[in-house]
Structures are given as C-alpha cells and as structure tokens.
Design a protein around this ligand. Sequence first.
Ligand code: ADP
Ligand code: MG
Length: 698
Amino acid sequence: MLDTPIEYLKGIGPQRAEVLKKELNIFTYRDFLTNYPFRYVDRTVFTTIKDIHDESQYVQIKGVVDSLEVVGLKQAKRLVVWFRDNTGVIELVFFKGYNWMAQKLKVGQEYVVFGKPSSFKGKYNLAHPDIDLVNNDFLSQQSAFQAVYNSTEKLKIKGLDSEGIRRMMRVLINQLQPQHIEETLSEEVKQDYKLIDRYNAFIQIHCPENAEQLKQAELRLKFDELFYIQLRLLKLNKVRAVTVRGFVFIKVGPLFNDFFNNYLPFELTNAQKRVLKEVRFDVGSGRQMNRLLQGDVGSGKTMVALMSMLLAIDNGFQTCIMAPTEILAQQHAVTFKEALNPLGVEVAILTGSTKAKERKIIHTKLLNGEIKILIGTHALIEDIVKFNNLGLVVIDEQHRFGVAQRAKLRAKNVLPPHMLIMTATPIPRTLAMTLYGDLDTSLIDELPPGRKPIKTLHFMENHRLRVYGFMREQIELGRQVYVVFPLIKESEKLDYQNLQQGYDNIIKEFAPPNYQISIVHGKLSNEQKDFEMQRFIKGETQIMVATTVIEVGVNIPNASVMVIESAERFGLSQLHQLRGRVGRGAEQSYCLLLTGYKLGADSRLRMETMVRTNDGFEISEVDLKLRGPGDIEGTQQSGVMDLKLANLAQDGQILQLARQAAQTILDEDVNFESEKNKIYNKQLLLQQKNRPNWSKIG
Ligand code: ADP
Ligand code: MG
C-alpha cells in the first residue's frame, strides 16, 4: 500500500502529484507519510486582535463578521471581511474562491479564524485563514496540536498549502491499517526502551491528540532513524574485527626506542602516551586498525603520528601521511625530516607540484622499499603510487577528505594497512558517533604544558586603529602577526580585491622598511607561497597577510597574534581553526576578531562564543546548533543527511539509547540469527539497497 503512487490518493490526482514530486520529492504514499510536520500549533489557545504584533506567528481569533465586500478590479479583485472581537477589528482577505466564501459567511455570526497575520499599510490582515463556525462541538473537535507542513509557492497554487497537505494527510491516515506499516524494531527493543508501535507513531506524528502522544511518536521515529545508523556502523566495526585481518606489528623496535630515548624534543603529554598505547594495542592485535584520533588544534597529534609510523617501520613496513594542503604537507616534511634525520629514515614528499623527474624517482624508491615515509597531498592516492609494503596510513585533517579517498589508500597493500585518522576539528559527540561510529576513537584532551590560553577579543571596525596599535606593540616585543581575510567561494575576484585592499592598508600602517610583510593567497604559485611562508617562518617578515589557506595545521610558534578581518563571515569551526594557529609558543597569544558594527544574532553568538571559550568541543556544540549537521564537513554520505526527524544537536540522549540498543543486539547476535532479530537483517538490506553509498564506507 505504501508504494502506491501518490496520485492515487483521493484528492491528489495527476496534477497535484506532479507538483508534489517536483517540489517535495514525494512520489508514493510512503514518501508522503514521512513528510513530517515541521511544527505544531495549539488550537486551544486564542489571541485577541489587539495583541497581534509584528512577530506573531499563527493566531487564532474568536469573533464575529462585521461586514464584507468584494473590492478591487481584475487581478486585484478580492473579498475583504471585517472581523471583530472585543478588542478590535482585523481584515480577512481572500483572493480566490471569494464568491463562494462571500455566500458562506454570515454577518453577525460568530466564527473562529486561524491564520498567519501580515501587515499592510500599518494594518494587520489574515490572508486565506481557516474559518470554523463556532458551535457546541467546535472546541471538542480541535486537537491541541495541529500539524504544520512545509509548502512552496507552486504547491500553494495547487491548493496544497499546509492546510491542504494536512487534509490530504488525514485521507491517507484514515486508510492506514496496522498491517500497512512494517514494524522495524523487535518487541524486545520496544519494551526495553518503552517505544510505541511504528504504526501508532505515524498516526500520532501527523495527528497527535495531546502533547504526550506527540512526544511518544517523535521518540519512536527518531529512535528508528538513529538506531539503524548505529546498527549499521557498529556491525561494520564488529564484522571488520572478525574478518579483516591486519598486519601485526610485533615489536617495539630500535627506531622507536632510539627516537624515544635520544631524540624526542619534549616529554610526551599523558594524553599522547595514552593514545600511543591504544595504537600499539591495535597494531599488535592482528586486526586492522581503524582509529580516529581527535585532538584540538595544537594538542600534538603530529608526534603521535610520527611515533606510530616508527613502529610500522621497525616492523618492516612503509608508511604514508596525507594532508589536505600543499603547505601542510611541506610543513610535515620539514618536521619529519628534522626529527628523523639522525635516525637515517628516508622521508619523501609527493604533491601536485612535484616535478616529473622527481616523481619517477619516488615511484621507484617506493616500490623497492627505500622510502619509509611518504608525505603528501591527494597525489598519494593516485593509482600509480605503489608501495612495496605499506603498513600504516595516517590521514591528517581527515574532515577534508572523503570516504572514497580513505578507501583508495586502504587498497594499497594485500591486506588493508592500519589507518590512523586525525582530525582537529572537534565535533560534537553525537555527530562523531554518527559520522565515525564504525571507528575506534582516541582523544588527546590535554595540551602540551606551558601553553597559555589564547586571549580572544572582539573589536568593531571603527576600533581598527587600536588593533593596529596592539599589533605594533606585539611586534616590538618580537612577536609575529597573522592577518586573515575571508574567502568567499562565490567570488574569488572579490576576495582578491578584498585581500589586496587589506594588504595595502597594512602596508600603509606598517610601512617597510620598519616592518616586513608577507602575503599568501590562492592565486600565488606554490613556489611563491612557499617563498612567502619561509620568509615568515624564518622571522624575516613580521606580518603575514593571508586568506584562509593558512587555516589548517600551520605551525609557527613565534606567531602569537591572529587578527581575523570580517570575522562575521567565518563559521565557528573556521574561526577556531584560525585561532589555533597562535598559542603554540611560550608567549601569551591573542586572537582579535574584527567585525562590522551591525551584527546579526548568529554572528553575535559566534563572536561571543569565541571570546568566551577556547574549548573546541564546546564551540563545536554551538556550531552544530547554529548550522545543523548539513553544513558541517564530512556529513555527506554519512547517513546524517537522511535524518528527517532526529536532530543531532538536541537528541543526544536518544542517540545514546539507540546506540546502546544496537550494541546489545550485536553483542548477542552479530549475524541476526535468532528469530527476534531477523527483522534487522531485512531492514539493513533494504536500506542498503536504497543507499548504495553505504556499502562503500570504510
Ligand atoms: P596538532 O594536534 O594541531 O596537529 P601539532 O602536532 O602541530 O598539533 O603540535 C603543535 C605544537 O606542539 C608543535 O610545535 C609541537 O612540536 C608541539 N608539541 C607537541 N607535543 C608536545 C609536547 N608533548 N610538549 C611540548 N610541545 C609539544
Ligand atoms: Mg596538525
């Protein structure tokens, strides 16, 4: 029944069906049924006319019709009804069906009208409100919660505004029988988690009789969505643990020990030690490691990666690390070469700008096993890059890469190499569980000692001179300063102008020869970028003017001031990443956010959040609330986007329960063999069919 094309629903027909398909992607009864209300209005509450204000949403008014009249000519022809309660008069306006309406309405009769007020020439009106005659059983018929559905202009023309959709939904709900709705959870789970039947959930989500019914319906349907994502991810993890064998790194060998005892430039933090232990356990277990390493900017993930790589090399394997930008890859190359020079480990770098001749040499040396560590960008995943014996892959700033790229690196040896996947963009726990629920996770929750928390200040543009003054002070103290301009993807040209202008301003303020200034942006060649970066790294320049190319990973400890121009144009996670470029040395660091004077509520909250906290996880929670998961990198392909009801910013508790339920089932019966669990096999297969992407994940 649910697969019936929507045009067969009484009252829909081919024309409306066409629009439903185009506008809301609704093809079948099932699609229609899962087109959930986006909110509910309470029809037991009344508003008086004098209390209507500009922000009034839907209002319900009880009153009488004073008079009515068809006015205007041609297209502007309309019925105006003057509707009065004890406090005032409001106009009801009808542009369509007004003859019929004019006949139906009786002057002096009492009605209840319901609609969304808008104001025209200082007066409020309701266009095409719902109208009900007030009689004895009017109130008893009204449910407190009436569903409101998304609609579009094209749907409204076809009579499918929220009200129209609600009417059609009632038609469908009236036909719906329990056997039409397939149950997706076992009786056991329903009992354990106090969930109502799926059939009832659908009825109650569209036509709740009270708040409790609505709550039950939402809980059940959200649980379903989250449960199946978790079941799939946790199953993947379990199956991999059993079936995917990994290389075994038996020993902690001479390279690791030599480095640890003689060349480690600092004492590892406890968090770094703990993560290394977790990695060592994984790579010694015989199963292939898939470990996500989360750690805030500057927490020292690189060293964990490097030492894990030494473990691999000690056991006869090669390793590689992939970074999202050329600058970052270059920087890793410098760090790695410096650290590993005394040990005689051969390190090579391969990026888009590696010359053909050099490339050839690298390919050969990879194949014969001479190169132990390959550092690079996307260039690493190309098929032509073949290893002799790749044992460990590190992916840095993983949120910049897709699942497919991970998969390509997995395929570069007979058994999949171990994977250490690093991310500095802290993401909320709920999102991590959903995006990376199939991975084991490690967390570096401690910064290296001696770091002073970065001080963040927010300035309006008219205080720019104070900002410049502060920059000058800091430079006099020997520090270096970043000035970052936003990059809008839509208009590279505009960005460039913006940047140039900013650069000119800075030059005016900080004129050479007293000060030296570097500039880095997307239009420079890699050589030029590198040249400018190097000048800054060596301390030859004091100010680095840049677009966000410097956002991820760049590590220059003497740079202690980050000025972010037009900060309101950046997202929270980007601001946090940028701020993370400073605070890497022993000096007190500062982040100065410059914004325009007029700020929207969202921008204000972003600035306040940045000023208030340095905690990446706290920031990520606010970010998720502001943006929703759809705009957060890495959420495509993840199933997060299939969530129709569940909201990761709000439904953390339900997610926790759903994950627990999934885990319990898998612990007992990973292949869903028992009678009560057969249902899960079937559902997962069904979903997989509808989501081909899923089969590729991991
Ligand atoms: P991220 O986690 O953002 O990638 P990095 O690995 O770039 O951070 O480390 C940031 C800085 O902290 C580097 O300069 C690094 O040398 C330094 N660092 C890392 N671990 C420690 C430690 N345990 N003690 C002192 N400094 C450290
Ligand atoms: Mg890093």
